[in-house]
Design a protein around this ligand. Structure first.
Ligand SMILES: [Fe+2]
Ligand SMILES: [Fe+2]
Length: 234
């Protein structure tokens, strides 16, 4: 039987006896929704500004692409480690995680091809020495052995979501700059949307909320300007 949440009350003023919610709860929800929308718009704007800056700076662009390669490959490695671990998971969770891990590997291969067509191997080795990605993961997931699979999916959902704004900024750029990058990230975006949704669908709201603090610490480790100031670096 479905339990009626405590925030719902029967409104005695309602003639048809329908269920309504206290005005204070409705107002708080509306405020939270507006705040969330504002943050999304801030992130969208920050991501557009970021893309407009790096798309004309070959060195920054190449560094970012290398970091994306490392991020995709790192995601594949982490997921493979989790799949091979003793962490209890249902057959369905294991199947979905297996599909996502293979897509991450594919993404790393697409980006590797992109890098090979854009820079010499010397340049690629030089840029590869810059560690960025691990600063985020050392905050959000120093070890996974003490986590449930739902907690891991919560961390995964945040990590997947944080990349979407930047990828969208690239894909939605109407200019004809870097068509090769755009084409690769159009394909990646479709998969990453699925990953973010799948991980969120396989975690609990409690685990998702509890993972937020570490996610923000991870973002701050990537970024000299603390998250919350409207800047978002991933
Ligand atoms: Fe990916
Ligand atoms: Fe992903």
């Amino acid at each position: 039987m479905t339990e009626i949440p405590k925030v719902l009350t029967v409104d005695s003023n309602s003639h048809d006896g329908s269920i309504s919610r206290p005005a204070a709860v409705v107002a708080a929800d509306a405020k939270a929704m507006l705040e969330e929308r504002k943050q999304r718009l801030d992130l969208k704007k920050a991501s557009e500004n970021w893309w407009n800056t790096i798309k004309r700076n070959p060195s920054l662009l190449n560094e970012w692409l290398i970091d994306q390669y490392r991020g995709e490959k790192g995601a594949y490695d982490r997921m493979t480690e989790i799949l091979n671990s003793d962490i209890p998971m249902t057959p369905k969770q294991k199947t979905v995680l297996g599909i996502i891990s293979q897509e991450e590997l594919l993404h790393s291969q697409w980006i590797q091809e992109l890098l090979q067509s854009r820079m010499s191997s010397e340049e690629s080795v030089k840029l590869s020495a810059v560690p960025v990605e691990e600063r985020y993961w050392s905050q959000t997931l120093p070890t996974f052995i003490d986590k449930t699979i739902e907690q891991l999916f919560a961390i995964g959902a945040h990590a997947e979501e944080m990349r979407l704004h930047r990828i969208r900024a690239i894909v939605n750029d109407s200019s004809d700059i870097h068509p090769d990058i755009k084409q690769v990230f159009e394909r990646i975006l479709t998969d990453e949307l699925f990953h973010a949704k799948a991980f969120k669908g396989m975690t609990t709201e409690k685990d998702y909320q509890e993972a937020i603090d570490k996610h923000v610490e991870g973002l701050n480790a990537l970024n000299p300007i603390p998250y919350g100031g409207g800047i978002h670096v991933t």
